[in-house]
Design a protein around this ligand. Structure first.
Ligand SMILES: Cc1cc2nc3c(=O)[nH]c(=O)nc-3n(C[C@H](O)[C@H](O)[C@H](O)COP(=O)(O)OP(=O)(O)OC[C@H]3O[C@@H](n4cnc5c(N)ncnc54)[C@H](O)[C@@H]3O)c2cc1C
Length: 275
């Protein structure tokens, strides 16, 4: 279990960032993950006086403070109405309500866990992050880079998505997912993101064109795809991702599930029907 030597609630991001540069300093959010590690923290930096627990909507984006809890994302009606309930669908199975009332969005993203349902959703919505020192970075780039000793302040989701869907396969309701798929449709592309492979989620972009696409190498989709096109595309998408085995499932199983969940998610975003 962690040992906290000092606990500080700074009243500015500048002070929080400067404290974080101490070798044993850590930001403390819901403390669900930190408390499981055997480390000494000095000081633990609590961001709760910094107004990072707001969801703001403008004409072109939603801006989510890093301290917003998973439960707030799950229950926020503006966000869920705009994105077809994708946050509710993805987050409502994580552990329990009390847990989600304190676990934060910022910590979930910062940890880059392969099982993160939230990262799978946010990748499909073309999300950008704002760090205090590093500034703005695409979520997909953050997952590849090594940003440490910095403070995630905001999560920016553009309002360009027309339809979005999250699906997951779990061995039991509140367990980590065996596989997560999120798909979104914008004006001229759709984004499919696959997480819990069990590697961290990755996304792929599919162009929306005028003609039906059935050729082996063509990763595009027509405006009005039928079942044959969606089945073929889902298999091509599944082939673009790598999978591994762990105690929950084999890589072969994950690959099969990936094409099934992808076909269902695409069918939903293109036709509004369950596959
Ligand atoms: C038992 C269990 C089951 C879980 N199941 C799932 C699941 O099924 N799906 C899923 O998606 N997630 C799951 N999670 C992860 C969970 O959703 C949270 O991501 C996790 O608990 C971290 O959130 P926290 O607020 O508790 O962070 P903390 O434990 O307080 O912090 C975690 C890390 O994030 C850093 N941090 C926090 N905020 C910031 C910030 N603003 N900027 C920079 N760094 C920051 C901290 O310094 C620390 O290193 C699970 C966690 C647990 C413990």
């Amino acid at each position: 279990m962690e040992e906290i030597k000092n606990f500080i609630k700074p009243d500015s991001l500048k002070d929080a960032y400067s404290l974080l540069q101490k070798p044993d300093a850590k930001i403390i959010a819901g403390n669900h993950w930190l408390k499981m590690s055997d480390i000494t923290i000095d000081p633990a930096i609590d961001l709760s006086d910094l107004n990072l627990n707001q969801i703001k909507e403008t004409s072109d984006c939603f801006s989510i403070g890093a301290s917003v809890t998973l439960r707030t994302l799950e229950t926020n009606s503006k966000l869920n109405n705009f994105f077809n309930g994708i946050f509710k669908d993805a987050l409502s199975h994580i552990v329990g309500v009390q847990f989600r009332n304190t676990a934060t969005a910022g910590a979930n993203i910062f940890l880059k866990h392969g099982f993160s349902d939230l990262i799978t959703v946010l990748l499909s919505l073309d999300t950008e992050l704002i760090f205090y020192n590093h500034g703005k970075i695409k979520l997909s780039d953050y997952l590849k880079e090594n940003i440490s000793k910095d403070i995630l302040t905001e999560i920016i989701i553009p309002k360009k998505t027309l339809k979005a869907k999250f699906l997951s396969q779990k061995n039991s309701t509140t367990d980590f997912s065996v596989l997560n798929v999120a798909a979104s449709k914008c004006k001229d592309e759709c984004i499919v993101s696959v997480g819990a492979r069990p590697l961290v989620a990755k996304e792929i972009r599919i162009k929306i064109t005028d003609k039906k696409s059935l050729s082996k190498d063509d990763l595009s989709v027509s405006n009005n795809p039928d079942t044959e096109e969606l089945t073929s595309l889902s298999e091509k998408i599944s082939n673009q991702f790598s999978f591994d085995s762990d105690i929950r499932a084999s890589k072969e199983y994950r690959k099969k599930i990936c094409s099934v969940l992808t076909r269902r998610a695409l069918k939903d975003i293109f036709t509004g029907e369950d596959a």
